[in-house]
Design a protein around this ligand. Structure first.
Ligand code: NAD
Ligand code: ZN
Length: 303
């Protein structure tokens, strides 16, 4: 099993740099006449019941790396068994007031490290309520930097599949699994990547690509993989056009997120971090809030 270095070790959460109202004054003040880029992390979705990796109360996690996933059929059986049990809950999670308030705001774009699809669900809800009022303001673009759990890809030929299809297929292939392990999917604790804590996964039958028999993987960027270049380019474009960057609920432990903050700081653009734990970007922040994301964004949106 790969050892994952803890980039936050030894870090303490800093104090807030300013009261939230002052930070929101800056955000609402049309800085340089451009909108802000927003980078979100797991802390955005904890209020929707999707746990984070590195919150103060999070148990130590050992997320699957791409090397482990590819290393052995048993590892893939382990991943898919846990994912199969955890998916109904993950799929049923709903955007919280933070997602909804953010979708109401006009920002340069939302670059999310989350794989839960909740920004898109919030955008749909806001679009529907705007349509009822004849409000035609466009919604901010969303980039899923690390992919999305609702899609599955075939590693052999790139075929894309719907996660719900795979769920049905795994159920067909494993009719007795839940019964044999004595696990009730409703009671299990969901882990951050949508799978569950489940030790005994021997005997779980994994599905292959229905088009070519290739190996299937969730369409998410695992630890040890890099963000596809096209997606990265779009996210960079959003950040380049923006007045500055606002980080919501991320420890910035993952380099692909931290890079946007480093680039903004290097270009002299303001960096705002709203996260209730320590982050790897704290020394780069011009404005630091330790409030709950939903409270902060709701206050920003109602300005
Ligand atoms: N929802 C998801 O899709 C999900 C969940 C967990 C992990 N992941 C994946 O793992 C990586 C995790 O890195 P990360 O930086 O996003 O998450 P992280 O778990 O490393 O950090 C989350 C941070 O947000 C804080 N936080 C939690 N709830 C908060 C709230 N309501 N208000 C304010 N702060 C809050 C925590 O204290 C912590 O500091 C990502 O790359 C992502 O792909 C995704
Ligand atoms: Zn295929």
């Amino acid at each position: 099993m790969a050892v994952i270095f803890d980039p936050l070790r030894g870090r303490q959460r800093p104090a807030a740099s300013h009261p939230d109202e002052e930070i929101i004054d800056v955000l609402a003040g049309r800085y340089c006449d451009a909108d802000w880029a927003v980078l979100t992390g797991a802390g955005m979705s904890t209020d929707s019941g999707v746990p984070d990796y590195r919150g103060p109360d999070s148990p130590p996690r050992n997320p699957m790396t791409i090397q482990t996933f590819l290393s052995h059929p048993d590892q893939r059986a382990r991943y898919w068994a846990r994912s199969w049990v955890g998916w109904p809950r993950m799929r049923g999670s709903r955007p919280n007031p933070g997602h909804l308030a953010l979708a109401e705001l006009s920002v340069a774009g939302i670059v999310t490290q989350n794989v839960d699809g909740l920004h898109q669900a919030a955008a749909e809800a806001v679009a529907a309520s705007r349509a009822e009022r004849g409000d035609e303001r466009p919604l901010s673009p969303v980039i899923d930097l690390h992919g999305s759990l609702d899609r599955v890809i075939c590693l052999d030929n790139g075929h894309q599949l719907d996660r719900d299809w795979l769920q049905r297929r795994l159920s067909e292939l494993n009719p007795d699994f839940v019964h044999a392990t004595g696990i009730d999917p409703i009671d299990v604790e969901t882990a951050p990547d949508g799978d569950v804590e489940l030790e005994d996964t021997a005997g779980f039958v994994v599905a292959d690509c229905p088009e070519c028999g290739g190996m299937l993987k969730p369409d998410v960027v695992y630890f040890g993989e890099s963000v596809p270049p096209e997606r990265l380019q779009k996210a960079n474009g959003i950040c380049e056009s923006a007045a500055g960057i606002v980080v919501l609920g991320s420890s910035l432990a993952v380099l692909s997120g931290l890079r946007f903050v480093r680039t903004a700081a290097k270009e002299g653009k303001p960096v705002v971090i709203v996260t209730d734990g320590p982050t790897r970007g704290d020394e780069l922040a011009d404005f630091r809030s330790i409030s709950r994301v939903a409270d902060f964004v709701s206050a920003w949106a109602s300005r």
